[in-house]
Ligand binder design. Structure first.
Ligand SMILES: [Zn+2]
Length: 527
């Protein structure tokens, strides 16, 4: 009797399991005509919920109702910035492997600052170590797939477009979309056509009016927001590119994405094509107005409408049963108006690193009785030591690292400091923060010391009203994640998944081999 019950239970389990866990390696990959990878620059997962009452049914809510939503998606490395975020989404990996440790880092050999999306003076993905999902889409179809990436920011476009795609971004001065010599000898005709059709001159007097009456905004009731509709501040800005601290950049990015899809007939050539669309306006508005502002909220509603417009366009163009849409963010952000616990007067400011450099150099000189500068460069949160000078003075790099670590970690506002020697010798207490620092560590590009400030410590100045990001704390590493496409059963999942799982899951879904430096895992979704 018991045996029969066990047999019955096993049979039931066998019947249930494949449905519960969805497809695995053995199941046939899904053939879609077009992969549309949307990234929102600066969007914390809970911000979609905060404004849900005013969201349409056709934007975020469409993806939620028709796709799979992972509301507990996290960044697993410390430096939550745009370059590392887009590179991690693109490669299914973390900075330790893909090498994009920050938006900028210091190159010890050339003794120069390096910008993540620039190589040899040309904007390109060449600093990226390993292949991207888009590369694998291209490779698997013997070069027949069409791959594109668009964004207002170059670093929002180039990593996702990979090594074989074509990337376009906005030139902040002319407010026109451009590309680089890495992709084309000269700008392609369709780009010129787009730039000609959009009347950029019209934007000189661009005025951003809120979509709704003031009372409709959640943030209208925010008591801390003394400057209701800071749009007056927006309109007073003098430099031409200031209009990009508005939803305008997203609108233009959206128009270019649609234009590229139509002009290049993406998804119509019998292959699986790919386009990434990274929307930068939320980040720019968050930094400028803060995420408790009506401007930020208005931007979320406009973004929702753009997503709705994109879905409507794709449905008419190719049919949603032929399109895979995925949406995530490159990082979250600190809430505006949340002050730090640290004493503001004695807190070293994150982005004003000049003062910190001389403080560190003076400290080493005093403690070790030497007269050279031990700190060569600081690009927050990385401190690069002058290793040659340290060795030439008969000192050990590791000893100077530890000396500075002890000095800095006792400063008000600094949570802890991690040294490259500790990481390389596996000599760190592993916890939530140190494991994220390790995932951010790539020896050729990381500093000798990595500073982690306490939560909510502001960057340059005391801009408590603004949004900032870049830390390993929860507000910065929480991002939304949606997958919506054929075979993906709708529903939400509360379990923790990670930014590096996105490309791995997509590769599995499409039946591709993994991007070469991928470290994520397949997120199982029932289908
Ligand atoms: Zn930002």
């Amino acid at each position: 009797m018991t045996k029969n019950i066990i047999r019955l239970l096993i049979l039931i389990l066998l019947l249930i399991l494949p449905q519960t866990y969805g497809y695995g390696k053995d199941e046939a990959p899904v053939k879609v005509k077009l992969v549309v990878q949307i990234v929102v620059d600066q969007l914390r997962a809970d911000q979609i919920d905060k404004y849900s009452a005013n969201l349409s049914e056709e934007g975020f809510n469409y993806l939620k109702k028709n796709g799979r939503y992972f509301g507990n998606t996290k960044i697993s490395y410390a430096r939550s910035a745009t370059g590392p975020g887009h590179a991690s989404i693109a490669t299914g990996s973390v900075p330790a492997y893909h090498g994009i440790v920050n938006n900028d880092w210091y190159d010890r050999i050339s003794k120069k600052k390096v910008y993540c999306a620039e190589y040899g003076g040309v904007i390109s993905p060449l600093n990226l170590i390993g292949s991207t999902l888009s590369d694998e889409i291209y490779i698997s179809q013997a070069g027949n797939a069409k791959i594109f990436g668009v964004s207002q920011k170059d670093r929002g476009a180039v990593f996702l477009a990979g090594h074989f795609g074509k990337a376009f971004w906005m030139d902040d001065d002319s407010i026109k979309f451009i590309t680089s010599a890495y992709y084309y000898d000269k700008a392609p005709d369709f780009l010129n056509k787009f730039n000609d059709e959009i009347k950029f001159d019209n934007f000189s007097g661009y005025s951003w009016k809120p979509l709704y009456d003031p009372e409709k905004y959640v943030n209208y009731a925010d008591k801390r927001q003394t400057e209701k509709f800071g749009l007056a501040r927006f309109e007073k800005q003098s430099e031409p590119s200031a209009i990009l601290n508005s939803p305008l950049g997203d609108s233009l990015t959206f128009e270019l994405a649609k234009f590229i899809i139509m002009e290049n007939r993406l998804g119509k050539g019998g292959h699986t094509d790919y386009i990434s669309i990274s929307f930068s306006s939320t980040d720019k508005i968050g930094h400028y107005f803060g995420n408790s502002s009506i401007e930020f909220e208005d931007q979320i509603y406009r973004l929702d409408k753009l997503i709705a417009g994109l879905i409507d366009f794709l449905d008419k163009y190719a049919g949603m049963n032929n399109v895979l849409i995925t949406l995530t963010a490159d990082h979250g952000a600190k809430d505006s108006f949340v002050p730090s616990n640290g004493n503001k007067n004695s807190t070293p400011e994150r982005r004003r690193s000049g003062n910190l450099k001389s403080l560190c150099n003076d400290y080493v000189k005093d403690k070790l009785n030497v007269d050279f500068d031990a700190v060569e460069e600081i690009i927050m949160p990385n401190i690069y030591l002058n290793e040659d000078a340290i060795k030439n003075n008969g000192l050990k790099v590791e000893d100077v690292e530890i000396l500075l670590k002890e000095y800095l970690r006792n400063k008000n506002g600094i949570y802890d400091v991690y040294t490259s020697s500790e990481i390389e010798r596996n000599n760190l207490l592993l916890n939530m923060i140190s494991s994220r620092v390790i995932n951010s560590y790539c020896h050729k590009r990381s500093g000798n010391l990595y500073i982690v400030f306490e939560p909510e410590i502001p960057g340059g100045g005391n801009f408590y009203n603004r949004s900032e990001h870049g830390t390993p704390w929860n507000y910065d590493i929480s991002i939304p994640l949606f997958f919506c496409g054929p075979g993906i059963v709708s529903g939400g999942y509360d379990g923790e998944v990670y930014i590096e799982d996105i490309a791995v899951t997509l590769a599995n879904y499409l039946g591709l081999k993994l991007p070469s430096a991928a470290s994520g895992k397949v997120i199982k979704f029932a289908r």
